[in-house]
Design a protein around this ligand. Structure first.
Ligand SMILES: [Zn+2]
Length: 85
């Protein structure tokens, strides 16, 4: 991730630990696809629930980089909306 926006120079990480708030949005963004993967595996395989959860966790891993970036972008929009300076 760039330290600053290459176009406008906006500093992304305003302070140490700034992206901690993005974890809340990451969690919210993870629920729908995670639940969809669990239900899909459960419906198709009828495996035990713990095996389904493990497979869903592994199946969700490729989505983590994208969800992390989206969560950071949402967090920056929300944070700068309430604290623009
Ligand atoms: Zn920019």
């Amino acid at each position: 991730m760039y330290e600053k926006c290459p176009v406008c120079g906006l500093k992304f990480e305003r302070e140490p630990g700034y992206f901690l708030g993005a974890m809340y949005f990451s969690y919210i963004l993870s629920i729908p696809p995670g639940l969809a993967i669990v239900l899909l595996i459960w419906r198709l395989t009828h495996w035990q629930f713990d095996v389904v959860m493990l497979c869903a966790f592994i199946g969700y891993l490729p989505l983590v980089p994208a969800v992390t970036r989206w969560a950071r972008v949402i967090w920056m929009y929300v944070d700068r909306h309430f604290d623009p300076d």
